[in-house]
Design a protein around this ligand. Structure first.
Ligand code: NOJ
Length: 752
């Protein structure tokens, strides 16, 4: 077979899977930092400790148990800690409680090994930021980092020093509810966000008592659940695993992430909580990760449901031997570990290694020196003004203006009357989205859209509020009131979408339509002829074709967190010009899924004039809104694309730049996006791949050149022998404002 670029002429570059250009890599810690010193000193201390531990105490370090939803611990916990049989908790939180248990560990247990408190601090602890998918829509790693930094401050003040975040699963299927917890569909983008979030949680040294150690989850390919059904099986080529699903995990390792969580799914026939290939070969041997891996909730025990193990002892053996160090909630290591040792089905060395990794993280956290949390900090940190201000700012930057016909937005603050309609218009509970950490049941601080609008406009503007219908309602009795409110107003704002529980864990949907009769409500309100603004609140892409066609303005706000209402009002009334972009594709129809921008070409690309091409009879192949899409209240022009070279060597670099100009009348942000296309290669390549982006702010008339650097990591891929390499041949570069269109350039990678 003749190939345009054969492997034989390529200079093999065995590189890591990370696709990050060097320009955005930041050092994890300055030389001779406290972190490095701590790292250097801990290994002898770990050895000394392990030498003194009984088998039971070792297995105790590998056990994590669950507290209650309200953060309290259970009756059996203090004694387990005292006996050294419990190494970490999840859900137990609150400075006082944490200190109480820690005192038992430090004063009453034989070896005085501190316990570690973990919690799902996903997008804030008490000050809730936008859901991660929303935050990712900012296309601003700095904002993601800022949010994680604040979450770490609040969580650590409550004694939580370990977060089960970031979730870095790539999700190409919006039926999967957990798409809301990640950064969307793209591995490069996901890697940038993964690094930013790890940095935000951990800083340069997670030994800082105001930091938490992060956990990259769910390792791995959990987002590829068949049919978008949570916990379902996954099956894929090693190429797809390495190019799509692994990069954000590798990026987290590069950023110094301290822990990993294995997932619930099986991957190519082997459950990921018992998978030596991903847990040991890739994570430890290839990537040199030296932190620990925790299982997901009872995922060790679930190896029996997967039918990988027929007994509890076999499940423990498979997981521990594969490289899962801590068992979350199920207790099979503890129950069967000693027996497995006696039967030579588990070696002491394997147990010691797992214990070593756990102790290493505890040492790095500084827990041996500083086991207690300062109880005074909780009151001052949580929901501080500074944190609320940050939540509001990050939320405004997360919003995506999907459509804005005839400049309906921004609204004037001097309108005589505004109708505020919809199930989500005056809702506090849902606005914090899935994983609300310690804010669950404490939603009094959440600013609703109605409150945000009222605070924004003057007393002379009349607000006509009408709910219309519930989120998933069948009952249309409230429509008449909503229609009346719209008829009596200058403009109608309709807040519609999903409830928080409709996305997140165990929240897959087979339809992406607006639940209940919400679309009918929109139709009824729009029939009044009043200008209408749709405010979407949702945890996944929705199929909103009618709205996209018939409504004048659509603002995607996701679940925007504690300050949601204020932030949305900031954007609706033009105090903030929206600049977010979609980190996921919005399909037209659920039947198009999986639909993602970086797909392959096929031998018969879609062609409307030719029946025998790759398409559907009943729906267009294109998305409703593409990856990277998002508008502004101003306009931008991109011009004058320049490449630093027409030809580079396979190990060379080149820069690509464009001039961006704000041609409108308002200051605003644009996210400039660089995509490449490998024109022909020894394995088929995506039509486009994102390899750089930058969110910039420009004043009216201002012009700036934005430059990206392409490196071998940007241009390489895994060849047929699973070697990462750059092949000679032609490449295209696109620089634009979404994954569609843009300015084009060409260059070539020479033979050598
Ligand atoms: C199960 C979820 O899959 C995981 O994301 C979470 O961290 C654990 N439960 C602990 O709550």
């Amino acid at each position: 077979m003749e190939l345009a670029k054969t492997a034989s002429v390529a200079l093999a570059l065995i590189l890591f899977a990370s696709t990050l250009p060097a320009f955005s890599v930041r050092a994890v810690a300055p030389p001779h930092s406290a972190a490095q010193q701590r790292r250097a000193n801990v290994e002898p201390r770990i050895n000394a400790l392990i030498a003194r531990m009984t088998v039971e105490e070792k297995l105790g370090q590998l056990q994590q148990l669950d507290g209650d939803v309200d953060g309290s611990f259970r009756a059996e916990h203090p004694d387990l800690v005292r006996r050294g049989l419990l190494g970490s908790f999840l859900n137990v939180r609150g400075a006082k409680r944490v200190n109480e248990l820690q005192r038992i560990a430090m004063n009453e247990s034989r070896l005085k090994i501190p316990v570690l408190f973990g919690y799902d601090v996903i997008h804030g602890y008490r000050t809730i930021f936008p859901v991660p998918l929303g935050e990712a829509s900012s296309w601003s790693p700095a904002d993601a980092e800022r949010a994680a930094r604040i979450a770490a401050r609040e969580a650590s003040a409550a004694g939580v020093r370990w977060t089960f975040a970031p979730m870095v699963d790539i999700a190409r299927d919006p039926r999967w509810g957990r798409i809301v917890e990640g950064a969307g569909e793209d591995p490069y983008f996901g890697s940038v966000m993964a690094r930013a979030r790890v940095r935000g949680f951990q800083g340069a040294d997670y030994g800082d008592p105001t930091r938490v150690v992060a956990c990259a989850k769910h390792y791995v390919a959990y987002g590829a659940a068949e049919a978008g059904r949570d916990y379902n099986t996954t099956d894929m080529s090693e190429t797809t695993l390495r190019e799509i699903y692994l990069p954000p995990f590798k990026a987290a390792v590069d950023a110094g992430v301290g822990t990993f969580m294995s997932a619930f799914n099986d991957l190519n026939g082997v459950p990921t909580s018992a998978n030596p290939f991903t847990l040991t070969e890739i994570l430890r041997n290839e990537w040199k990760f030296d932190g620990f891996v925790v299982s997901d909730y009872e995922s060790v025990k679930e190896l029996m449901n997967h039918r990988l193990a027929d007994t509890e002892a076999a499940a423990a053996r498979e997981a521990l031997n594969a490289g899962v160090d801590i068992e979350m909630v199920s207790r099979l290591y503890n129950k069967h570990g000693a027996q497995l040792l006696r039967e030579n089905k588990l070696s002491m060395n394997t147990i010691d290694e797992a214990v070593r990794r756990v102790l290493r993280v505890k040492f790095r956290l500084g827990l041996f020196e500083n086991p207690y949390v300062d109880e005074a900090r909780e009151a001052t940190e949580i929901l501080s003004r500074e944190h609320l201000r940050a939540a509001r700012e990050v939320a405004t930057r997360s919003m995506v203006l999907l459509k804005n016909e005839r400049e309906v937005l921004p609204l004037a603050k001097t309108l005589r009357s505004i109708a505020v309609i919809g199930a989500l218009a005056n809702d506090q509970k849902n606005l914090i989205g899935s994983w609300s950490a310690d804010a669950l049941g404490k939603t009094d601080n959440v600013i609703t859209l109605l409150a945000g609008i009222k605070a924004k406009v003057g007393a002379e503007t009349k607000i006509n509020y009408a709910k219309g219908c519930e989120i998933a309602c069948d009952n249309v009795d409230g429509f008449a009131e909503a229609v009346r409110a719209a008829s009596e107003s200058d403009v109608a704002i309709i807040a519609i979408g999903e409830s928080a529980e409709m996305s997140g864990e165990a929240a897959s949907r087979s339809s992406l339509d607006l639940p209940g009769r919400q679309l009918d409500l929109v139709k009824a309100v729009q029939a009044t002829g009043k200008p209408t603004v749709i405010v979407l609140m949702n945890g996944r892409p929705l199929t909103i074709n009618w709205i996209a066609e018939n409504s004048s303005a659509i603002l995607e706000t996701w679940f925007a967190g504690t300050e949601a209402g204020n932030a949305i009002a900031d954007v609706l009334f033009g105090d903030i010009n929206p600049g977010g972009k979609l980190p996921v594709t919005f399909p037209r129809h659920v039947g198009q899924i999986p639909l993602y921008y970086n797909h392959k070409s096929t031998g018969r690309p879609p062609d409307a004039k030719n029946k025998y091409t790759s398409k559907y009879l009943d729906v267009d192949v294109t998305p409703l809104f593409p990856f990277g899409h998002g508008l502004s209240y101003t306009q931008f022009r991109l011009a004058n694309l320049q490449l630093s070279a027409q030809r580079i060597r396979p190990d060379g670099r080149l820069t690509a730049s464009v001039e961006v100009e704000n041609t409108g009348r308002r200051a605003g942000d644009e996210v400039v996006q660089l995509y490449i296309r490998d024109v022909a290669a020894s394995v088929t390549r995506p039509v486009r791949e994102l390899k750089g982006f930058e969110r910039i702010s420009l004043r009216p008339g201002e012009r700036r050149r934005v430059t990206f650097t392409l490196t071998p990591e940007s241009l390489g891929f895994y060849d047929r022998e699973m070697r990462f390499r750059v092949e000679p041949g032609a490449f295209k570069v696109f620089i634009g404002t979404s994954s569609v269109g843009g300015l084009e350039g060409d260059f070539e990678v020479a033979d050598k």
